[in-house]
Design a protein around this ligand. Sequence first.
Ligand code: ZN
Length: 161
Amino acid sequence: MLPLTESQIRGSLINASRKEVKDITLPSDFDDVDWDRLDYYGFRDRKAPRRGYVVVRIDDKPVGVMLRKSEVKPNNRAQCSWCRDVTLPCDVVFFSARRAGSAGKKGDTLGTLVCEDFSCSENVRRLPPLPYEGYDLEAARDRRIVELYEHVVGFAEAVAA
Ligand SMILES: [Zn+2]
């Protein structure tokens, strides 16, 4: 994805109040992010670890969603709804997002199971195990990269709706 600046990230959040946007603490490694290898940018708030933020570009415009990690523990075979990784290198947790606008003010939220450290882009770039001889692993990987992007866009659009 195209790199995002700190002010673009802050300006992109569709479901956060002005105060919540002001309170965001970016990761300490923000300057070293390898944007070329990301389909979306996700991070946890260093100062408020239950908070997470996810930013994806839709028609080049950054759209960000603030998330809150739920206490609810998914069962241990849970799969991330975005990268659908089956090899489970990381923990998958339940996040909820307040809906944008008046629905959110009424307390309406949207939940999703996502990799705890937002490592989806890394997961989909790993070659999957070979299911059978002659299977096109590279094509499968390319498809997963496209699907990851579509899943995150779908989620951001649902929060915005
Ligand atoms: Zn994932």
